[in-house]
Ligand binder design. Structure first.
Ligand SMILES: [Zn+2]
Length: 292
């Protein structure tokens, strides 16, 4: 690509080239990837988008290798903590008696978490292997966008989804067609300004990964949403890991997950609050509504 895939500016320049992570933590690194920054809209993106990744999303096989794990407790445990952080930061009250569509729902763990407070829970995910699992847990399932004439939702959430999408502006326009007039979208994505990128050299090829076509900043995520016809209600930084994770990286130079901390709650909370205040947290969370 010679121009930014989001704003079409030709003011793009390479900020990294080298190995990136293939998939989940523990997967191998693959060499030969380039990351560009658009100085017009501040979007960071893989250049070019890997063909194999685009095909994988199209074929709907994203979770295929892991469907056998669906009922394993360890699998759910691995993801539930993250979903609880999203719920904590959006606020559980936002989902009381609401109709919720989780776009890129995966195994529906966020939907499980809000099942007893939301009126309706629906998941959308390209991977049809997830369908029986979601139906069994009482959620609706859509392999693609539900019929815009029939299905409207008062909350549409995308947690760690938009960075996988080839054209995020068109995608968010599609989302807006399924949103009730007074509905809200909540988008959480990894933060390109994650402090770990500056602090731990080994974290860089771990942070960049084949499946993530985009690396958002608060500015570029806001830009995408406004371009797709939304107005912003709130912007937050959300840190998903603890101080112990950093200590583990410093010691082992490899991913740590969220280890049991040797620090007290006050120290951990202060660490997280500081990163979120400084905009250096692991994730960004924007809540938006249709432009009035
Ligand atoms: Zn741009």
């Amino acid at each position: 690509m010679n121009a930014c895939p989001v704003c079409a500016s030709e003011q793009i320049s390479e900020i990294y080239s080298g190995p990136v992570r293939s998939a989940e933590p523990g997967s191998p690194f693959t060499d030969g990837y380039r990351i560009d920054l658009c100085s017009t809209c501040s979007m960071i993106f893989l250049n070019p988008f890997p063909k194999a990744v685009l095909e994988m999303y199209k074929d709907g096989d994203y979770w295929k290798a892991r469907t056998d794990d669906l009922k394993k407790k360890e699998f759910v445990n691995k993801f539930i903590r993250e979903q609880l952080v999203w719920l904590n930061r959006t606020g559980a009250h936002e989902f009381v008696n609401e109709s919720v569509l989780d776009v890129g729902c995966g195994h529906g763990i966020f939907l499980d978490v809000i099942r007893n407070i939301a009126e309706r829970t629906a998941g959308m995910d390209v991977d049809i292997h997830l369908k029986p699992h979601l139906l069994e847990r009482g959620h609706e399932y859509y392999p693609n966008w539900p019929d815009e004439e029939v299905e409207k939702f008062s909350r549409i959430v995308l947690f760690n989804t938009l960075e996988h999408i080839e054209d995020p502006v068109s995608f968010m326009k599609e989302a807006s067609k399924r949103l009730t007039a007074d509905g809200k979208v909540m988008i959480g994505v990894p933060n390109a300004a994650d402090f770990m990128v500056d602090v731990v050299e080994e974290y860089i090829p771990f942070f960049y990964r084949k499946g993530h076509l985009y690396y958002f900043s608060m500015d570029s995520l806001r830009y995408v949403l406004v371009k797709a016809g939304y107005q912003i209600i709130s912007e937050k930084f959300v840190h998903q890991y603890n101080l112990m994770n950093l200590v583990g990286w410093a010691k082992n130079r490899s991913p740590q997950g969220v280890p049991v901390s040797l620090f007290d709650d006050f120290t951990e909370e202060t660490f997280i609050a500081n990163l979120e205040r400084e905009g250096k947290a692991s994730h960004i969370l924007i809540t938006a509504e249709l432009k009035s």
